[in-house]
Write a protein that binds this ligand. Sequence first.
Ligand SMILES: [Cu+2]
Length: 192
Amino acid sequence: MAATQTNRDTHGHGRGQRTVTAAEKSQAREVSLRRIGRLFGPYRWPLAVVTAIIVASSLVGLASPFLLRAIIDTALPEKNVQLLAWLVLAMVAVACSKQAGAKEGGAVTVQEGPGNAFSFSPSTVTVTKGRTITLDNVSNVPHTFTVTGQGIDLETQPGKTSTVTINLPPGTYPFICRFHVSLGMKGTLVVR
Ligand SMILES: [Cu+2]
């Protein structure tokens, strides 16, 4: 099946009876997508399966393991180099989009008690609404992350990280450590 397809392609190059229109020329310039599409023609079914896998796995955030399995189960036994390359590309794309998503999520980490000082670092924290702050208690004693009157009051333990999701309306809020506010352990939360 694969060999037949290869022969047909080889003969096709020798025919040379196609007239080249301006539209086709411009198409050729666009990385000749149609030719790439034709390459994948015989593999429509596996491609459809892979596409379905990509869509489904994107939804559950497990794209790379699924694609790996697709490579092992489908592409490798058929020695299908094009499909293999396609799958690898898809994995790279998934990895990139995941990274972009993480960046957009704006992972914000606030250290509590660096050098056993009674302070937050940074002391001014800016997040978009709905984002999560990671509190990293790097000191030897418990602290809190408290936005008084806003329902945010989290006790953190030495050497542990805790997370708090900020669902406050946009604005500027003072936050404190309840245990050490008298020692100046406080900061400012900006929600955008
Ligand atoms: Cu404290």
